[in-house]
Design a protein around this ligand. Structure first.
Ligand SMILES: Nc1ncnc2c1ncn2[C@@H]1O[C@H](COP(=O)(O)OP(=O)(O)OP(=O)(O)O)[C@@H](O)[C@H]1O
Ligand SMILES: [Mg+2]
Length: 392
């Protein structure tokens, strides 16, 4: 017999509550400890129960219920939430997953699907991995000056703004990185200190050693102040830093250097999403092709790699379709060329949205953050429901 899984049901329909209880009844490790017609009462109950599985039906009063899910997740991080809905849509799925739900099931419930989901949840519950919600996104190109830092910085700022969750921004250009300059920060501690002390820092110490950007939920680890100190940083330490950050952060954005060394590979390996940055000119496209060869050799699935065209202008000589054909990868996102806003942002040490939130590049970064976070959420959903047609 495994660990007992305490279940709480919030559903306005008695029949539906009975169906769930009936489906769960054949598992002796599961105990239904509460069922509620009144969701606020159910919330008060579930909030205090620590590790538990909560079914919440959002078919009625959808928006109120989604905020309740968010509140519950904030006040009981250990609650596993399964959302049920008779009116599912892609937008709803994204909203509830973003609010903190673990799974989504359509109503009417199909017994086989329900049992399969519970089986997966149970194994996850028993292995309870608190860090599994963190996603690592890296910006990469083997060419310099292509926009890796601009993209990492502005995307991280927007992800923090959008999600309100903790986002870590890491400069892996260990010799002369630019992240701190792009955000006009003078971090008292940098990568060398954190790498050397990572085994002795608890979550709170680590957060204190990082530098918070203004009053936001973005925290930065900059490159070492002294170049000599960067040589001693090992790939092992980098991996340990990621493992530690995963416990506290929802997103880790890494600005990876152009050097292909063991630290770069460690960061690429750890990434859930690699933004492969290119600009529309022949040398850059050739380099991008070489990066794809490297990724193939490293055994990465093409799903993990997203091709991003930076400084994009309409009516480029080279067509997007030609690039896709050469690189053998669809273009995932295009960032417009806006030299003035970008340069002004870099020179002032602020993200582009602080220069002009209405500029094409600021709006583009906002949409980009939304696309990346939706992708990461739905990819998780896709993985669990691989066989189902989603059309997301
Ligand atoms: N969308 C854009 N439109 C116009 N200019 C841009 C855009 N994005 C970046 N740039 C410009 O490109 C230059 C290089 O950007 P950035 O420093 O981000 O590249 P990088 O790939 O990190 O370079 P390095 O390899 O030196 O680290 C900067 O001067 C920046 O202003
Ligand atoms: Mg850079």
């Amino acid at each position: 017999m495994g660990e007992t899984l305490n279940v709480i049901i919030l559903d306005k329909e008695e029949t539906s509550r009975n169906i769930i209880k009936n489906y769960l009844s054949c598992d002796e490790d599961i105990s239904v400890i509460g069922e509620f017609f009144d969701f606020e009462l159910g919330y008060d109950f579930a909030r205090e129960k620590g590790k538990c599985l909560v079914f919440i039906d959002i078919s009625q009063e959808q928006n109120e219920t989604i905020s309740l899910i968010k509140r519950l997740k904030e006040n009981n991080k250990d609650a596993f939430i399964i959302v049920l809905s008779a009116k599912p849509s892609t937008e709803t799925i994204i909203k509830v997953m973003r609010a903190g739900a673990k799974e989504f099931l359509n109503k009417p419930l199909i017994q086989s699907e329900f049992i399969e989901t519970i089986k997966e949840i149970k194994s996850e519950f028993e292995n309870a991995e608190p860090a599994d919600s963190c996603k690592i996104i890296s910006t990469f190109s083997n060419k310099g000056g292509i926009g890796k830092t601009s993209i990492a910085v502005n995307l991280a700022v927007e992800l923090a703004q959008l999600s309100k969750e903790k986002v870590a921004l890491i400069d892996l250009n260990l010799q002369l990185g630019d992240v701190a300059t792009f955000l006009d920060m003078n971090p008292p501690f940098a990568m060398d200190y954190i790498a050397n002390n990572i085994n002795n820092l608890n979550e709170e110490d680590l957060l204190k050693a990082m530098s918070r950007y203004k009053n936001t939920s973005l925290y930065v680890i900059a490159d070492p102040l002294n170049i000599d100190n960067s040589q001693d940083i090992t790939a092992e330490q980098i991996k340990n830093i990621f493992a530690a950050l995963k416990k506290t952060f929802s997103y880790i954005v890494i600005d990876i250097g152009t050097n292909i060394d063991s630290k770069t590979i460690a960061a690429l390996d750890s990434s859930d999403l690699i933004l492969l940055i290119a600009i529309v000119n022949l040398p850059a496209i050739r380099s991008t092709q070489r990066c794809m060869d490297l990724f193939n050799k490293l055994g990465y699935s093409s799903n993990k790699i997203k091709l991003v065209l930076n400084r994009y202008m309409e009516n480029e000589d080279i067509k997007t379709s030609d690039i896709e054909e050469v690189v053998k990868q669809k273009v995932y996102w295009k960032i417009p060329n806006n030299y003035l806003t970008m340069m002004s942002a870099i020179n002032k040490g602020v993200p582009v949205n602080e220069i002009n939130a209405e500029s094409n590049i600021s709006v583009n970064y906002k949409d980009f953050a939304s696309k990346v976070s939706d992708y990461l959420i739905t990819r998780k959903f896709d993985k669990n429901y691989g066989k189902r047609e989603l059309n997301i």
